[in-house]
Write a protein that binds this ligand. Structure first.
Ligand code: GLA
Length: 509
């Protein structure tokens, strides 16, 4: 089961999480004439995590006619749910999630709930007093202070992350072969340096409280050495709550110890995901909670890039740099669809003033090459991430890339826009179906991206005034056709396919 918290609307893959919050407590209202009520407290059991822990949860359900409501609790998580019953069948949705698919579906069979959550089987029986999920004690976060900048990420971080494609299927061998492919494909030389292990690497804490990796990662230090031998850096994942979003042990109460362990392995990057911290802390405690890990990383003496993942809550862009955050998510999880990709980038627009060398807004990882968008849409994805100076973390199988995927991810002229040392984040101006994003560049020139949001190709005209540069504009570079083009009487016209982007760079003269 998955105890995934809200916000991550896109939470496609991992099945294990949700169990957590299942059963609710009590309260029963009208029972439908055709069957037994689901109201009451249920003890749920899900499948085992890769560290051997069997997921347990408590669902407390209320039923009124065919309507359900209640809570699902699991270690570290508490989700409010609503749902409906049809005969013996029930469906539950997480309150506050935009996911159209039910959180849990199942049937009442012989007095048990036989359910599934994203493919994970859950069995729940009537709970007894002994079925309790312990709630971790509250640990007061530290008083606020400014954590010293770690000197990293002077341009937006670039690399690869396991989550979008592999989710819980990531292991040592996958990471090694991905590191090999980062080199052989040319990704490393194009600037993609970080190889990041996301959730599900964690084992159990030993008697001293040291969190060991699970069987998928037999020797993290050896893996880090291997990745480093390829001229790459290794990233890892945890969170400030007791559990990660995938229900694995996270760093709550072990911040300094975990940071020290990662440094001893040779870890170079930490993605720190809020997840179950939401069941312990209020949103006004986000900053001190992240600061605690910022301090712990600084105390290791190893430069470790700090990536905050809390989906843009609590105006993170205003304080992320103060906790030594090098990047912070501004949105829920991306999915490999046009709507999700565009919605993420548009949510990032208000954060533009806060991006700059050392600290970046992060609209989530790339989906380029994962197969559900068209090539034009993937070119738009890359163009927009570059124009907004967003981190470029590929999320596809680098070992197996089509020539088109390679040409998008490794378009060095587009990467140069992302990596421009001035570090400005473009903002859009709308013009019917067109969106015009302009980014000032360090050389006094600018990049302009014209996105066609409409269903058909359009002829679009860029005016030199769209570029906001101080000098006259003649020649421009089309960064997707790799050709020089000319403005005539301050205008340049081109046909842009549906969901495609015209991306031009103008240099100062
Ligand atoms: C959250 C994050 C994702 C990913 C998963 C892992 O949903 O937003 O990017 O790290 O957790 O469980």
């Amino acid at each position: 089961m998955n105890l995934k918290t809200r916000c991550r609307d896109t939470w496609a893959a991992v099945s294990l999480r949700g169990l957590a919050g299942l059963l609710l407590c009590s309260a029963l209202l009208t029972v439908p004439a055709y069957g037994q009520s689901l109201a009451g407290r249920w003890a749920a059991t899900g499948s085992a995590l890769a560290n051997g822990e069997v997921q347990k949860g408590i669902f407390v359900l209320r039923q009124d006619g065919d309507k359900l409501s209640g809570t699902m609790q699991s270690l570290g998580f508490m989700n409010n749910v609503t749902g409906k019953v049809t005969g013996a069948h029930f469906e539950l949705w997480e309150v506050g999630s935009n996911d159209p698919k039910p959180f849990v579906t199942g049937d009442l069979v012989n007095g048990e709930l036989l359910a599934s959550q994203w493919g994970d089987r859950i069995v729940a029986r009537r709970a007894t007093a002994a079925d309790e999920i312990p709630r971790p004690a509250y640990i007061q976060p530290p008083a606020l202070h400014k954590v010293k900048f770690n000197g990293l990420a002077t341009t937006p971080p670039m690399g690869w992350n396991s989550w979008n494609l592999f989710a819980e299927k990531v292991d040592d061998q996958t990471v090694r072969t991905m590191a090999d492919a980062m080199v052989s494909s040319g990704m490393r030389d194009a600037g993609y340096i970080y190889v990041n292990i996301d959730d599900t690497w964690q084992g159990l804490r030993d008697a001293e409280g040291n969190l060991q990796p699970n069987h998928k990662f037999p020797d993290m230090k050896a893996l880090a050495d291997y990745v480093h031998s390829k001229g790459l850096k290794l990233g890892i994942y945890s969170g400030p709550g007791p559990r990660t979003c995938g229900s694995y042990p996270a760093s709550y109460g072990h911040e300094a110890q975990d940071a020290k362990m990662w440094a001893s392995w040779g870890i170079d990057y930490l993605k720190y995901d809020w997840c179950s911290a939401e069941a312990i802390y209020k949103n006004d405690e986000l900053q001190p909670v992240y600061q605690k890990m910022g301090d712990a990383l600084a105390a290791t003496g190893r430069p470790i890039l700090f990536s905050l993942c809390e989906y843009g809550m609590g105006s993170v862009e205003k304080w992320g740099a103060d906790v030594s955050g090098n990047m912070w998510r501004t949105t829920g999880d991306i999915r490999d669809t046009w709507d999700s990709m565009m919605s993420n980038i548009e949510k990032q627009v208000p954060t533009a003033p806060y991006a700059g060398p050392g600290h970046w807004n992060d609209p989530d990882m790339l989906e380029i090459g994962n197969g559900q968008m068209t090539d034009d849409e993937y070119r738009t994805h890359m163009s927009l991430w570059a124009l907004t100076a967003s981190p470029l973390l590929a999320g596809n199988d680098i070992r197996n890339m089509s020539p088109v995927t390679k040409s998008i991810l490794m378009n060095r002229e587009v990467i140069a826009i992302d990596q421009d040392p001035l570090g400005k984040q473009a903002s859009p101006v709308k013009d019917g179906d067109l969106e015009i994003w302009t980014k000032p560049l360090a050389d006094g020139g600018a990049a302009v991206g014209v996105v066609n949001l409409g269903p058909a190709a359009v002829e679009a005209t860029v005016n030199t005034s769209d570029l906001h540069v101080a000098h006259p504009v003649g020649k421009a570079r089309d960064l997707w056709s790799h050709q020089d083009v000319w403005f005539i009487k301050n205008l340049y016209t081109a046909t842009i396919p549906s969901h495609g982007t015209l991306l031009l760079r103008v240099r100062a003269q």
